[in-house]
Design a protein around this ligand. Structure first.
Ligand code: SF4
Ligand code: MG
Length: 292
């Protein structure tokens, strides 16, 4: 069988991104491709799973395995795949509305279990695909289509939530700091355990507050802060809550802990795809027919 040399070009799919020109999601797409090439992971060992939203169209733009699932359900689908086949590098992607709103329970439980997954959230602080309604990270007071008099709800702090829930790699990126984001992405994919990267990924069409200049004025890199220690959970929590005139990006926290796969007894005999079903053919066919 002929092998394809792994390059950025080889990861281009035939489908071109349909995002608005200038959308932050372009930077995230490029970083994921660069990270895959940098880590030398063959495309057939990569699975990208998404929910629904502008950013969730991303799996279609990379020549690797992909699943465009249901709204808020990227994590459960990614979980099933990761447990069934440990050879896959499973990357879940989506937006803030999809992951922190509709799918938030899945998000929390995946971190609690320390599943061996990477989750990249393109956080633009609105629901972009449905034309700019408030999401769980929308700034308080911001006027949107769904809050014409201003948003009265306080935004969640996803990184603090991740730290409190047990994620073992927690980082924040900015799509305009694309090379920095590539480094975070490669380290997240290489990390064994649940890795989250919340990426400021501006929606240039429907969010006129959290724009590129808004973030450029505020973000600073944690690795440039003398003495910052990503092994210090409480220090990371402090940084996770910092969202004002200064906002940190970079690696907030990393630790090593057994993953769900390491501790689940059913997986002691290896990935599910390698285990015998324990069913005769007839029962298997009946079960399959029932679920189709
Ligand atoms: Fe990106 Fe916003 Fe356009 Fe969607 S609507 S593609 S999030 S800029
Ligand atoms: Mg969004």
């Amino acid at each position: 069988m002929a092998t394809v040399e792994l390059t950025l070009k080889s990861l281009d799919s035939d489908v071109h991104p349909d995002w608005c020109p200038g959308c932050g999601d372009f930077g995230v797409l490029k970083s994921i491709k660069e990270a895959i090439v940098e880590l030398g992971i063959p495309a057939h060992k990569v699975l990208i799973v998404s929910g629904i939203g502008c950013s969730s169209n991303l799996p279609g733009f990379i020549r690797a395995y992909g699943v465009h699932s249901l709204h808020g359900r990227a994590i459960p689908v990614a979980t099933g795949a990761a447990l069934a086949n440990h050879d896959l590098h499973v990357i879940a992607v989506g937006g803030d509305g999809d992951g922190y709103g509709i799918g938030i329970a899945h998000f929390i439980h995946a971190m609690r279990r320390n599943l061996n997954l990477t989750y990249i959230v393109m956080d633009n602080e609105v629901y972009g695909l449905t034309t700019g309604q408030t999401s769980p990270t929308t700034t308080e007071g911001m006027k949107t289509k769904s809050t014409p008099r201003g948003n009265v709800e306080k935004p969640i702090q996803p990184l603090a939530l991740a730290l409190a829930s047990g994620a073992t790699y927690v980082a924040r990126g900015f799509s305009a700091e694309q090379k920095h984001l590539t480094k975070l992405t490669a380290a997240a994919i290489a990390h064994r355990g649940f890795s989250l990267i919340d990426v400021f990924s501006p929606c240039v069409t429907f969010n006129k507050l959290n724009t590129y200049p808004f973030f450029k004025e505020r973000v600073y890199k944690l690795e440039d802060q003398p003495g910052y220690d990503p092994a210090d959970l409480m220090g990371a929590m402090e940084k996770a809550m910092e969202f004002n005139s200064r906002i940190p990006i970079g690696l907030l926290y990393r630790t090593e802990k057994p993953t769900y796969e390491d501790t689940e007894p059913v997986l002691r005999d290896g990935p599910l795809v390698d285990q015998k079903l324990g069913l005769d053919r007839r029962t298997f066919d009946e079960l399959l027919a029932e679920t189709m």
